[in-house]
Design a protein around this ligand. Structure first.
Ligand SMILES: C[S@@+](CC[C@H](N)C(=O)[O-])C[C@H]1O[C@@H](n2cnc3c(N)ncnc32)[C@H](O)[C@@H]1O
Length: 311
C-alpha cells in the first residue's frame, strides 16, 4: 500500500510484482483485494484471469480474462482499502476520515493515538498521513480484533507505521509512556468521556482530540467532560451527497424564459450553450445530474477539542 524503505522514504512502486496486494475493480461498488501469486488465477463472472498476466503491468491496468471480460487492477490505497476491508465492526468512511485528518492537522512525523482500532479503516489513513517518520499507536480491548488488525496492516504494508495494543482505554486510559507526546488523539469508543482525562495527559500542549459518536447523547456527555481542560470544542456531522452525472435525453424539463427547469431534480445545459437563452430542444442529448439513491446518510458526530495551554 505504502512502501517505506529503511531510509524512511516513501516509495511509490507503480508496477505490479508477485506478492503484491491489488484491488480488483469491476465497478465502484464491486471490488476486492487480491494478493498476486504467479501460479494463481482469479475466477469471476467475466472468466478466468491468470495472475501471471498481471505481473510487470502498471497499477491501473485493464486486464482480460480467457473469455475477453476485463477488470482493472488498482493500487491498494487507504481510500480503496476502506471499501474492501472485512468489517469486524462499524467503520469510518471517506467523508469522515478526510475531515478528521484535516481537522486533527495530521502531517508526516506526527504521533497519533487511537482507540478503538475496530476494523482499522481509519487507522489505515492515519498511517499514510503520518508516514514516513510518524507513528500511529492504536488500542482495542478486543484481543481478536487487535490480532486481525495487525494481520491487515502487515498485508497492506503499513506494519512499520502502526502498533496495535490490547488495552481497555476507557478503564485504564492510554499508557503513561505517551504522556505529553501525542500530536493528536482519536476516540471511537462507546463512553469516550471516560477516556478524556487520559487524553488530556497524552496530548502535547495545544494538541487536538477528536471523538466519533453515533448518538448525540454521547456527544453531550463528552463535551461536558471536555470543558474542564479543553477549548475550541466543536461538533460536526459530515453529510455526503453523491451525484450521478451522465449524458441522456431530456423528454420534459425544458427551460422557460426565466431559466426555470420545472420540477426535475437538476439539469444544466452544457457550457457551449450557457449564457444563451435558447430553449432546450426536446430529445437532444444533455448532461443530467441527480443525487444518487445510494448516498450514505448519518454516520456519526465528530467532536473536536484542543487541549487548553496551562501557561
Ligand atoms: C466502532 S469500532 C471502531 C472502528 C474504527 N474507527 C474503524 O474505522 O474501523 C469500536 C471499537 O472500540 C473497541 N472498544 C470498545 N470499548 C473499548 C475500550 N474500553 N477500550 C478499548 N477499545 C474499546 C471495540 O472493541 C471496537 O473494536
Amino acid at each position: 500500500m505504502l512502501l517505506v524503505d529503511p531510509a524512511k522514504k516513501i516509495s511509490f512502486n507503480r508496477y505490479i510484482s508477485d506478492g503484491d496486494l491489488v484491488i480488483v475493480y469491476e465497478r465502484h461498488d464491486n471490488m476486492k483485494a487480491v494478493k498476486v501469486c504467479k501460479d494463481s488465477v482469479l475466477q469471476n463472472r467475466f472468466g478466468v484471469f491468470k495472475h501471471s498476466d498481471w505481473i510487470g503491468r502498471p497499477f491501473g491496468s485493464k486486464v482480460f480474462s480467457n473469455k475477453g471480460g476485463f477488470v482493472y487492477l488498482l493500487a491498494p490505497t487507504p481510500e480503496l482499502w476502506t471499501l474492501v476491508l472485512s468489517h469486524r465492526t462499524q467503520i469510518l468512511y471517506l467523508a469522515d476520515i478526510s475531515f478528521v485528518i484535516m481537522y486533527l492537522e495530521i502531517v508526516p512525523g506526527c504521533l497519533v493515538l487511537e482507540s478503538g482500532t475496530g476494523s482499522g479503516s481509519l487507522t489505515t489513513s492515519l498511517a499514510r498521513a503520518v508516514a514516513p517518520t510518524g507513528h500511529v499507536y492504536t488500542f482495542d480491548f478486543h484481543e481478536q480484533r487487535a490480532v486481525s488488525a495487525r494481520e491487515d496492516f502487515e498485508r497492506t504494508g503499513l506494519k512499520s507505521l502502526v502498533t496495535v495494543g490490547v488495552r481497555d482505554i476507557q478503564g485504564e486510559g492510554f499508557p503513561d509512556d505517551f504522556c505529553g507526546k501525542a500530536d493528536s488523539v482519536f476516540l471511537d469508543l462507546p463512553q469516550p468521556w471516560l477516556a478524556v482525562p487520559s487524553v488530556g495527559k497524552m496530548l502535547k500542549q495545544d494538541g487536538i482530540l477528536c471523538s466519533f459518536s453515533p448518538c448525540i447523547e454521547q456527544v453531550q456527555r463528552c463535551c461536558e467532560t471536555l470543558r474542564a481542560n479543553f477549548t475550541d470544542i466543536r461538533t460536526f456531522e459530515v453529510l455526503l451527497r453523491t451525484y450521478e452525472v451522465r449524458e441522456g435525453k431530456m423528454e420534459s424539463c425544458q427551460a422557460d424564459e426565466s431559466g426555470s427547469t420545472g420540477s426535475l431534480p437538476c439539469k444544466r445545459r452544457q457550457r457551449s450553450s450557457e449564457g444563451s437563452n435558447a430553449k432546450e430542444v426536446s430529445g437532444s442529448p444533455t448532461i443530467m445530474a441527480r443525487p444518487s439513491a445510494e448516498a450514505r446518510g448519518h454516520t456519526g458526530y465528530l467532536t473536536f477539542a484542543r487541549l487548553r495551554c496551562l501557561s
